[in-house]
Design a protein around this ligand. Structure first.
Ligand code: 48F
Length: 256
């Protein structure tokens, strides 16, 4: 029995990993925008893998605001609450309050149910850069990074990569730093996040969700960080809408 337990886990995990060595879309970061994107891409039949360095995907959603585990979503994103079967309560005219643990787990459940493969405890380290295009990602175990171990990584090839790393915009910053290229932003570089301004931030998150370099798309807070827009705090409508938008942009490109 001991051997069955261990070999079952190893066979199954490495089967999943091998199927994901070359994917249609690799998503870095399991926050709300990355999870929503993975769901919509998987639902359309694309091979999609999401890499999250923490043990639990969900990013900044679990903690609500200051660990008060409730989030706010506005009317514009209500269709996504319905899509993910998330319970919500109306608050004032056009806002909803939602238990953040329920919301995070619903996104994870539906993404994996739709067929997205989520690899937790894995850190993005670099991109594959071929013919002036982001063509994949370089990954390693998160503890390797934490312990500063000198261990070489593995490579995942991808037709499209999403930077869903939130405030840090790690993928975009790596592409800019290591390859001396111009990104599709007003300075050609990662402009950097501004202070808090809720309405403006919610609006621009959607606008800034785009392909910022051939093969590299940004979603969620990384989209605003890359393009120099504001943060918004614990309102999550634009994170969900950004995930929906980036999945649509990638599907359109891959279907061409
Ligand atoms: O920050 P995060 O939740 O991303 P998001 O989808 O949503 C932002 C909101 O949570 C909140 C906000 C809006 O209300 O301002 O912050 O933009 O999740 C980003 C995820 O990426 C992971 C990180 O652990 C988190 O779960 N991540 C960051 N860097 C790496 C990474 C990396 N190098 N490798 C793997 N995962």
């Amino acid at each position: 029995m001991e051997q069955i337990v261990s070999s079952g886990i190893i066979d199954s995990y490495f089967g999943k990993l091998k199927e994901s060595l070359s994917v249609d879309t690799a998503i870095v970061g399991g926050g709300p925008s990355g999870l929503v994107a993975s769901y919509f891409l998987a639902r359309r039949g694309f091979n999609v893998a999401l890499y999250e360095r923490k043990l639990a995907p969900g990013g900044g959603m679990w903690g609500g605001a200051m660990m008060f585990n409730e989030i706010i979503v506005q009317d514009e994103a209500r269709h996504l609450l319905e899509e993910f079967n998330i319970e919500y309560r109306k608050y004032k005219e056009s806002y909803y309050t939602i238990d953040s643990v329920h919301a995070s787990s619903s996104l994870i459940y539906h993404a994996t149910k739709a067929g997205a493969k989520i690899f937790n405890c894995i850190s993005f380290e670099d991109v594959v850069f071929y013919n002036d295009r982001v063509s994949g990602i370089v990954i390693n175990w998160a503890p390797v990074h934490r312990e500063h171990l000198h261990v070489d990584p593995l490579v995942i090839m991808a037709k499209a990569v999403i930077d869903g790393t939130g405030h840090d915009c790690e993928v975009a910053r790596t592409v800019e730093r290591k390859n001396n290229v111009m990104l599709n932003t007003k300075t050609g570089k990662v402009v950097g996040e501004r202070s808090l301004s809720v309405e403006e931030a919610e609006r621009t998150t959607i606008e800034n969700t785009k392909e910022i370099f051939p093969g590299l798309f940004v979603s969620g807070m990384a989209a605003n960080g890359v393009s120099g827009s504001f943060r918004m705090g614990p309102i999550f409508g634009s994170m969900l809408l950004s995930g929906e938008k980036v999945a649509g942009l990638i599907a359109e490109q891959l279907n061409k």
